[in-house]
Design a binder for this molecule. Structure first.
Ligand code: WTA
Length: 658
């Protein structure tokens, strides 16, 4: 076992009995020839033309891969294309203009349907408005919107005029928005008045206003009126109403700007090893090719499908698999604004039933919740339209996997357990549903053309059955090209650990640990860095700690992950106050406030434990690993090397009393 820093390493990692894909699925699958693995292997990197050829290129590429400046690889570098043209315009030309592009399901049962033609009109008008506001090619436009149709419309409008978008999850705080806008030098913001959270109107614009106050640059802001009279708002200087802009530019068309394949399509901030979020840079050609290819080969998307990825577009899963992948393939993508249990726990199944959804893709956290609520909720609906199920974001253990297979898929739908990251752009490890056997609890092998390896600390591949670090030894089209603040951090974060620049041997390190079996199937175990995965969302423990230590009266804090039945991992915070031990309700409240202000409610700890001191090494380093063991009730190793070993017993006693 490698360093036990991450979360969940001690959870059982057994895989369930293998299952073959149903023959009826294989017969119709986009990819069903097992020869595809050899084909990609023998013909690498040209094999990736299969992905690029799913797109329409303005200027065809001649070079597939340029590795001159590794690890900043370039894919299809001499080709040009436009992502919005690929996701919208070309489907009009192929006679699909009345086909539904986006089927939107609102929180309160409202519904909207955008055909490809509707989407075309919307993105042309909004692209014209953005231009008029002064957005030029390569200007970063920040989008801070909940799951409403204006979110993908704004993204595609940006793509049309070659302005990279920087979507910030709507649930993040004003501070988090300001940090991301500042880091991205962004002078344009698209937001809304507010949105409904559960039943209540929630003010988003005031968060955006507060963020703008913290920024040095002037910001032009577009506000979507989502709530109407439920939350009146006033527009200030340099603020514009989305619907009025659309009216002003009604009927305008904007030629899609041809972008070089390597031009930035978007930026996406994600948590890293330090408190500073990382601005992951994705390009137009490689990213879109990989998004389209994996939607085709892994999610089996066909133009005539109704496809639903129940994620939020504010994170990478929604970018790739609600917007870019499915729209590039011309399918119908479902977009859901609400939560799975409102107004009732059968909400998702009602949507599947009513829309006759063919493909459903969600996260293990959701599946564990469905399992807990009981099979009567899906059983009350006709789910027979489903053909394929997917999961992403966290490890899924065999029990919820089997529940999903049985109660949602009726044992007739293959499940793809897809491992990937913000940085990989699109799915990297997964079975191919029309080819491979599934093993509940293991994501699968690397996709064709991917060279995924589990290695020990020297970079040598581990034996099957063993665990190690999850690395990728060859580039792939959807990979992040750099971080917005520079190549240096990009190399330090992902490449330095296992690469040898002297021999030009570049290995991408994911930050995850994994086990590999005799068939090359990978079971992801957890992260080795200071990132925890709460309900499939990446949070930085350092960032949470700094929000806690910012509270008056707090001396020190250590944040760790605790395994949780429902969330995968919960946030667990140890805090020592300046006065020594002080379980003070006011401090507790201030801590929660500070975390919600710095990051957002998603980072709120499940537990805050006050302790007189934190366990430390003799050199004064907080022993987070030990605290994680304590939080998880694990047996502790030798603690005698600590400067203050007695504190561990005190903390354990404290937890025991709760
Ligand atoms: C975790 C989400 C196990 C992993 C697409 C990774 C998974 C991080 C899986 C990336 C999976 C994602 N099985 N773990 N199928 N998929 N992860 O950037 O730790 O939000 O490094 O991208 O989620 O999270 P991110």
């Amino acid at each position: 076992m490698v360093d036990r820093n991450g979360c969940g390493h001690d959870r059982p990692v057994l895989t369930g009995s293998p299952r073959s894909p149903p023959p009826s699925f294989v017969e119709q699958a986009n990819v069903s020839d097992p020869g595809i693995y050899d084909e990609f292997e023998e013909n690498w990197p040209e094999c990736w033309e299969r992905a690029a050829d799913l797109l329409s290129w303005r200027k065809p590429y001649e070079t597939v891969l340029d590795d001159e400046n590794a690890p900043s690889y370039q894919w299809f570098p001499d080709g040009t294309l436009n992502a919005a043209e690929n996701c919208v315009d070309r489907h009009l030309e192929s006679g699909r203009k009345t086909h539904t592009a986006i089927r939107w399901e609102g929180k309160h049962g409202e519904r909207k349907t955008y055909t490809y033609r509707d989407l075309y009109v919307a993105i042309n008008e909004f692209a014209a408005a953005l231009r008029d506001l002064g957005v030029e090619e390569d200007d970063v436009v920040t989008i801070y919107l909940p799951m409403i149709p204006e979110l993908p419309i704004a993204m595609l409008s940006c793509a049309r005029i070659g302005a990279p978008h920087n979507v910030v999850f709507a649930g993040l705080s004003a501070d988090a928005l300001a940090t991301r806008m500042d880091a991205a030098d962004s002078e344009f913001l698209v937001t809304c008045d507010g949105y409904y959270r559960r039943g209540d109107a929630f003010n988003q614009k005031s968060k955006a206003d507060n963020a703008r106050l913290k920024l040095e640059q002037d910001v032009s802001t577009v506000v979507v009126d989502r709530l109407g009279d439920d939350l009146p708002h006033v527009l200030g200087d340099d603020e514009y109403d989305y619907h009025e802009l659309r009216e002003t530019f009604a009927g305008e068309t904007i030629d899609p700007v041809p972008r070089e394949a390597e031009d930035m399509l978007f930026l996406m901030y994600t948590s890293g090893t330090t408190g500073e979020p990382k601005g992951v840079v994705h390009t137009t050609g490689g990213y879109l090719s990989h998004a389209a290819w994996t939607s085709h080969a892994v999610l089996d998307v066909k133009p005539e499908d109704t496809y639903w990825c129940a994620a939020d577009i504010g994170w990478i899963t929604g970018h790739t698999y609600i917007v870019y992948g499915p729209l590039a393939l011309g399918t119908t993508t479902v977009m859901y604004e609400g939560t799975p249990d409102y107004p009732d726990r059968d909400r998702l199944w009602e949507i599947v039933d009513r829309n006759a959804v063919d493909i459903f893709y969600t996260a293990p956290t959701a599946i564990r919740a469905f399992m807990k609520w009981g099979s009567e909720y899906p059983a009350g609906h006709d789910l027979s339209s489903l053909r394929l199920l997917g999961t992403v974001g966290e490890p899924i253990s065999p029990r919820p996997w089997n529940w999903y297979y049985e109660h949602i898929g009726n044992e007739e739908c293959p499940i793809v357990d897809t491992w990937w990251q913000t940085e990989t752009g699109a799915v990297t490890v997964s079975t191919l549903p029309g080819v491979s056997e599934m093993k509940p609890g293991a994501a699968g092998p690397g996709l064709p053309g991917m060279d995924v390896r589990v290695v020990d600390s020297t970079g040598t591949e581990v034996d099957s059955g063993d665990s190690g670090y999850l690395t990728i030894a060859r580039p792939w089209p959807g990979m992040a090209r750099t971080l917005y603040d520079g190549d240096k951090r990009f190399q330090a974060e992902y490449w330095d650990r296992f690469s040898d620049p002297d021999t030009d041997d570049w290995r991408y390190f994911s930050g995850d640990t994994a086990r590999i079996d005799e068939d090359g199937y990978i079971t992801v175990l957890g992260r080795i860095d200071d990132v925890i995965n709460v309900s499939g969302r990446r949070l930085s423990t350092t960032e949470i700690e700094s929000a806690i230590t910012g509270v008056a009266g707090v001396a020190e804090a250590a944040v760790v992950g605790r395994s949780s039945e429902t969330n995968g991992t919960d946030v667990y915070a140890y805090v020592s106050t300046e006065g020594g031990y002080d379980d003070d309700a006011a401090v507790r409240e201030a801590i929660i406030d500070s975390i919600e202000t710095a990051i957002g409610p998603i980072a709120r700890p499940t537990e805050i434990l006050f302790t007189p001191e934190l366990p430390k090494t003799r050199s004064g380093k907080i022993m987070r690993r030990l605290l994680e063991d304590v939080a998880n009730g694990h047996e502790l190793g030798d603690t005698s090397a600590l400067r203050n070993p007695e504190i561990v017993g005190e903390i354990q006693a404290e937890i025991g009393e709760e």
